[in-house]
Design a protein around this ligand. Structure first.
Ligand SMILES: [Zn+2]
Length: 757
């Protein structure tokens, strides 16, 4: 009942506002006339998605564990395909065969000075029926860990990022031959075993500290949403910053006859065995550590004294996996375009989960299905998108973006020629509409956000985001478009954006619910309907937002990219990089001075000695000149394109006001303009890709080599500076300048064509 009331209220707001207000400004990329028709269809579209259907579909799709290779994963794919087909879409399943290891043996025990055998099992919760589906649940493990049988001393390494090892080094603590124990957080999990192995560790444990997502944040499940003592976070530890997807088929689709690497040669598997554990299992191990007490920022929420170790304690870790191939089931559904059928708008969400996965990924998957149903209904009523719409439900996202990457690699040529944009969602919750992505779409998505009603505040999702920025005192919140963040990795947009150069966005609501069930058996229908978007009104808002985005991209007369936002963003990045060089130089100089002045030696506590940090050669001056020139060219070209667009738009408006039947002047040129715009993200690719990871080709956005999901913008330059690789910097500057110049040239062409129309 509550759902129904909310739905009537939201619809009322939508229906009444446009009628009472003066005619809204025409949509970007549309003429005054086509904009009116578009808005009418969009209003119809946004009235269709229903919270009750989202709830029913979530219950169905999360009813049993559905990881890669499980029976219910395949059944879900077939059910999703049948849903798309019943909505009137041309739907099919595409399969790929990929490496997906599952554990056959997991042993973790402390063998000295006392003994403790880790439980490694998430308990069933009374009242939550799906937690008892033990026979189908994947055990707690990290996918793409190597086999191993190691015994060694234990060392606590905080989050296990490079800076933590510098801290250990200053205290003379080595992890060589040791098993390290790291907290989840601070980086993507796959970085932890990578850095541990670089420092000579033989094994790696990753545990969820209660300060981060356990009782530190609220009551634990089932009383509250947070992680219970024996809850553990599964997840992939493949070296995804090198390349995602099937470890055996880098760069090509994992089809039946694809050439495969031998498992032992696969470069993205870990070098050492790694296992995720609960804080219940971590506590006795950490409590047994001796040695100095860790600094305050290293401490977690367990009732123990956190120490570095090692000590007398020795830990035994034994892991064995079945390294067989499993079949992926990607569901691909199409709605054909009319005049621009060879241009594709692609939208995706994954359907596979670690276990039942109600939040991750089903909360996003059901929104995608409701959009598809609504678009199918409009199609039956006569709505025809200009461009072809492709809805994808990916398999194998959790182990490493497998389904999306293999599909993108298998169809790379047609995607390079035809894809306009890729829109991604994944988990969804309550709160604020988060958008990250290509900055050429920043202005456009601001427009969409203004037409979506936030279910809790009943203002637009844009207005609510702006209000949140104002509360934080953000000075930019009042002027123009709200900024969108850049994309690192962590979901299926990566192959489209960073490998193929397709303009992409990731969208999702969140920010109001806390939780500690990520990748555990407790991410299920019971948890979601008690502690997250329990009325599914944010699921509906997500469907409205993404569906509106798809419809606008699919039918715009001129593709709605705005490059002045992109140019402004590149200016910011270049400023940041110049400052980064100067702050690095100053920090290195200051450090050198402190060492010269012996200050570390003077302050050293002889009972708890901490050494001086290692010194680094200071950076030379870099030649940012080519980049400064290129960003100015880009700004000029972007402004030129905006001018041409405004002139085109005004001329179209004049024609319709006259009532004269203009024969669509320049229709042929618009097709030429759009063909240029479709390539605008493509030209930002670096031909040879990033250093040591050529799969990643985007010059502006990449996941960090040492942060994982976290983005590095202008990554070639930024990582060279952050990692003290001074001799690489000027070359990387020249490469990025090259892509910005190519973008400027393309935009000038597009502007000239638009003007000629
Ligand atoms: Zn997900």
């Amino acid at each position: 009942m509550r759902t129904l009331l909310l739905s009537v209220f939201a619809l009322g707001a939508l229906a009444v506002l446009p009628a009472a207000a003066p005619e809204p400004t025409p949509l970007r990329g549309f003429t005054a006339q086509s904009s009116r028709a578009q808005r009418e269809w969009e209003t119809k579209f946004r009235a269709i998605p229903e919270p009750a259907r989202l709830r029913d579909m979530m219950q169905r799709l999360s009813a049993r564990p559905h990881h890669v290779g499980s029976p219910y994963d395949k059944q879900n794919a077939e059910w999703i395909r049948d849903q798309y087909a019943s909505y009137g879409w041309d739907a099919k399943i595409e399969t790929f065969d990929v490496l997906f290891p599952t554990p056959t043996e997991r042993v973790l025990e402390m063998v000295a000075p006392t003994t403790y055998k880790a439980v490694l099992q998430e308990p069933t919760v009374a009242g939550d029926p799906t937690t008892s589906q033990r026979a189908e649940q994947l055990p707690t493990y990290n996918a793409y860990s190597v086999d191993g049988d190691v015994t060694g001393p234990l060392v606590f390494v905080n989050y296990g990022v490079p800076a933590d090892y510098e801290e250990l080094e200053r205290r003379g603590i080595s992890v060589k031959g040791a098993i390290v124990i790291a907290k989840y957080g601070g980086s993507w999990r796959g970085i932890k075993p990578k850095v541990a192995a670089e420092h000579g560790a033989v094994g790696c444990l990753i545990y969820s500290d209660p300060a981060d997502d356990g009782y530190g944040g609220g009551a634990v499940f089932p009383k509250g949403p947070m992680r219970p003592p024996q809850g553990a976070q599964r997840g992939s530890v493949a070296d995804m910053p090198t390349y995602p997807g099937d470890p055996l088929t880098p760069g090509v689709g994992a089809t039946k006859d694809a050439k495969r690497l031998d498992v032992r040669q696969a470069p993205t598997l870990t070098k050492i065995p790694v296992l995720p554990i609960s804080y219940g299992d971590a506590q006795p191990l950490l409590a047994a550590l001796t040695g100095p007490v860790v600094p305050e920022r290293w401490r977690g929420g367990l009732p123990i004294t956190y120490r570095f170790g090692p000590g007398a304690s020795r830990v035994h870790l034994k892991l064995k996996f079945d390294f067989g191939l499993k079949t992926l089931y990607d569901v691909i559904a199409r709605l054909p375009g009319t005049t621009e059928a060879d241009q594709w708008i692609i939208r995706g969400n994954h359907h596979d989960a670690w276990v039942n996965g109600a939040e991750d990924p089903i909360s996003g998957q059901v929104a995608e299905l409701e959009e598809a149903r609504a678009l199918g209904m409009l199609y039956k009523q006569g709505w025809r998108p200009k461009r072809t719409i492709i809805y994808a439900s990916w398999d194998g996202e959790e182990p490493g973006l497998l389904g999306s990457t293999e599909w993108a690699e298998a169809h790379a040529d047609s995607l390079a020629a035809q894809a306009v944009a890729y829109l991604n969602t994944d988990s969804n919750g309550r709160g604020y509409l988060g958008v990250e992505g290509s900055h050429s779409l920043e202005s456009f998505i601001n427009g969409v956000e203004k037409d979506i009603v936030d279910p809790e505040s009943n203002v637009s999702s844009w207005k609510r985001n702006q209000a949140a920025l104002l509360v934080r005192g953000d000075p930019d919140a009042r002027a123009g478009d709200l900024r969108i963040g850049a994309l690192g990795s962590g979901s299926d947009f990566t192959p489209f954006l960073q490998h193929l150069g397709i303009a992409s966005m990731n969208l999702g609501y969140g920010g109001e619910d806390n939780g500690g069930i990520y990748h555990s058996i407790y991410d299920d229908f019971y948890w979601y309907t008690h502690f997250s978007d329990s009325t599914f009104v944010y699921g509906r808002a997500l469907a409205q937002a993404v569906g509106t985005t798809v419809m606008r991209l699919a039918s715009a007369d001129v593709l709605p990219f705005v490059f002045t936002n992109l140019a402004e963003t590149t200016h910011r990045y270049v400023d940041e990089l110049q400052k980064l060089r100067d702050t690095r130089a100053k920090a290195i100089d200051d450090e050198r001075q402190r060492v010269t002045d012996s200050v570390y030696a003077i302050v050293r506590d002889p009972r708890d000695p901490v050494g001086a940090p290692r010194l680094v050669t200071p950076p030379p001056r870099f030649d940012f000149g080519p980049l400064l020139d290129a960003q100015d060219s880009l700004s000029a070209a972007a402004a030129q394109f905006e001018k041409a667009y405004t002139a085109w738009h005004d001329s179209q408006g004049a024609t319709t006001q006259d009532g004269s039947q203009a024969s669509e002047p320049g229709a042929a040129n618009l097709a030429e303009v759009n063909r240029r715009l479709l390539r605008a993200e493509r030209v930002l690719l670096l031909k040879d890709g990033l250093k040591n990871r050529s799969w990643y080709k985007h010059s502006l956005y990449a996941p960090g080599f040492y942060t994982g999901y976290g983005v590095k913008t202008m990554p070639g330059i930024r990582e060279a500076i952050e990692q003290n690789e001074w001799s690489d910097v000027n070359g990387e500057i020249a490469r990025v300048a090259g892509t910005l110049n190519a973008e400027a040239a393309l935009l000038k062409e597009a502007a000239a064509l638009l003007k000629a129309g």
